[in-house]
Design a protein around this ligand. Structure first.
Ligand code: ATP
Ligand code: MG
Length: 290
């Protein structure tokens, strides 16, 4: 697979007019970046960001959502501040906190900015991971950040912050994962949704060859087949979704360069599954392939 993509002319022009992407440089994705299942997915994400819209990446664990966000921020030459959501996420972890400091031997109260205030003040990217893990009452604080106002009142300083040009929000969710809550409609409404599936076939072959230690084409082919079988079994409800995680598959590929592949699959993929039935199912697929 070609590692670089030529952007269609209207998108290159849009980028040139709106953001600090070097649109003269068509080779936007290089080795080590996110490998999209189709070029459309990449084009849609770039277009939405170039228009200043918020992106919500939706997909199972190990599908490359974080990698995708990193790749996009690299393309826009923008650093990325991150927030990891959890039930403990509060206003301070988003906006920052007050602390005591000393200036010229005098005690003063200083405000230490958080990821939201930092990204807004510097006009850079904000990545909100596992956004559906946060308590539903926490995130409405940043509703104004996510709509046309691009503004928030910092509850700790009463300062009104308006995002600088270049500020963009990318969030990620793993739907149905334990501990997650359905995303509030008003919040979801503020995003352009991009589904991030597990990649397959040619894209997966390229990813394995370029990012793992596995270089033998025949074995790579077997792992690509294993992944297709796992994805099919997930589709039929025989395995839970994370059985087909690309993260786990890449780990198995790496281990297989030293360990026998079946043991690598057991350690990296099968052992993570809850039910004995599922673990046996994965080992059976491995037995028939390797
Ligand atoms: N399409 C892809 N292109 C590039 N790398 C990928 C892709 N899919 C998976 N990976 C690799 O798999 C690993 C997991 O990816 P990443 O952490 O981005 O997943 P995620 O969707 O954010 O998972 P989680 O929901 O658990 O946070 C990384 O090493 C990443 O590089
Ligand atoms: Mg992630």
């Amino acid at each position: 697979m070609n590692n670089t993509y030529q952007l269609p002319q209207p998108i290159a022009e849009l980028l040139a007019s709106s953001k600090n992407v070097d649109a003269k440089q068509p080779e936007l994705i290089r080795q080590g970046g996110y490998v999209p299942p189709s070029m459309d997915l990449m084009i849609d994400a770039i277009t939405a960001l170039a228009m200043g819209k918020n992106l919500l990446l939706k997909g199972p664990t190990g599908a490359g959502k974080t990698k995708f966000a990193e790749t996009l921020s690299n393309m826009f030459h923008q650093p990325m501040y991150s927030v990891n959501c959890s039930v403990d996420l509060d206003a301070e972890s988003l906006m920052g906190f007050k602390t005591l400091a000393y200036h010229d031997n005098k005690q003063v109260i200083e405000f230490v900015p958080g990821p939201v205030t930092n990204a807004m003040n510097t006009g850079t990217f904000l990545y909100i991971d596992e956004i559906n893990m946060a308590k539903p009452e926490t995130l409405p604080l940043i509703n104004g950040v996510l709509d046309y106002r691009r503004t928030v009142t910092n509850p700790f300083t009463n300062e009104i912050i308006t995002a600088k040009k270049g500020f963009n929000v990318i969030a990620a969710i793993n739907e149905g994962y334990i501990g997650t809550v359905p995303l509030n409609e008003a919040l979801k409404n503020r995003f352009i949704i991009i589904d991030v599936p597990y990649i397959e076939g040619e894209q997966l072959r390229h990813l394995i060859a370029s990012t793992t230690r596995l270089k033998d084409n025949h074995t790579i082919e077997l792992f690509v087949q294993l992944s297709a079988d796992l994805i099919a079994a997930v589709g039929q409800g025989k395995l839970s979704e994370d059985a087909a995680s690309i993260r786990a598959l890449l780990d198995a590929c790496d281990l297989s360069t030293i360990l026998p592949p079946k043991r690598a699959i057991q350690r990296a993929i099968a052992a993570k599954l809850e039910e004995v039935r599922e673990r046996e199912f994965v080992q059976n697929i491995a037995d028939t392939l390797f």
